[in-house]
Design a binder for this molecule. Structure first.
Ligand code: 5GP
Length: 191
């Protein structure tokens, strides 16, 4: 997606050789116009499938998922929670995820009310690195007996193993921009 690629090159900040900071339009301040184009593009790429839910994980995935959902037909967004919450029933699907950015494990949970065996679920997240967040979300969908339509990612880091892990397991991955390399403060994107 050219608009997104242009923005990454213009405003993305390299943190060492592995992390890309995009706080000015994706992870802190949100460019809603850009998000609308991102949402439209996800819909275009997954148009062939009848999606009944979009699933993401708090916090950064929520805004992307909600804007994208407006381009689908009456599709609710469910976001997995990272905190054990008293307002979450004890009837939850839960999965353990290793965080790439925080270097620790956490549990994601979705109330069983919001995923069911009749759902076809599109998973959306802001970044794909080693695939742990996406695999955790897929685990929740599988626990519910629902179908995974695919994984939609705003920015994939192609030098990490996420795509390979997901594709090996048979899941479709659609990334709107792929970072080939981060080197000496420069971000290099795939064509
Ligand atoms: P994974 O689970 O695929 O290893 O990492 C994906 C998750 O870690 C995303 O949900 C995202 O929040 C965070 N993440 C991984 N790499 C980056 C990065 O380079 N920049 C930012 N902003 N977040 C990242």
């Amino acid at each position: 997606m050219e608009l997104l690629k242009k923005r990454i090159l213009q405003d993305g900040v390299a943190m060492g050789n592995h992390v890309l900071k995009v706080d000015s339009f994706l992870n802190h301040q949100i460019d809603v116009e850009l998000f609308n184009e991102i949402g439209r593009e996800f819909q275009r790429r997954f148009a062939g499938q009848t999606i009944t839910k979009i699933l993401t994980v708090e916090a950064s995935g929520i805004a992307v998922a909600c804007i994208a959902a407006q381009y689908f037909q009456h599709v609710p967004v469910v976001f997995a929670k990272k905190q054990e919450a008293s307002n979450l029933s004890d009837q939850v699907y839960a999965s353990n995820v290793f965080s790439f950015t925080k270097n620790k494990n956490y549990v994601i949970r979705v109330d069983k009310k919001y995923l069911s065996a009749t759902d076809t679920v599109l998973i959306i997240d802001d970044f794909l690195a080693n695939g742990n967040a996406a695999l955790g979300l897929i685990d929740l969908v599988n626990q519910a007996g629902a179908q995974v339509a695919g994984v939609g990612i705003v920015i994939e880091k192609g030098f990490q193993s996420g795509r390979q892990l997901l594709e090996e397991r048979g899941y479709r991955v659609e990334s709107l921009a792929i970072v080939k390399e981060i080197k000496d403060g420069t971000v290099i994107l795939s064509d």
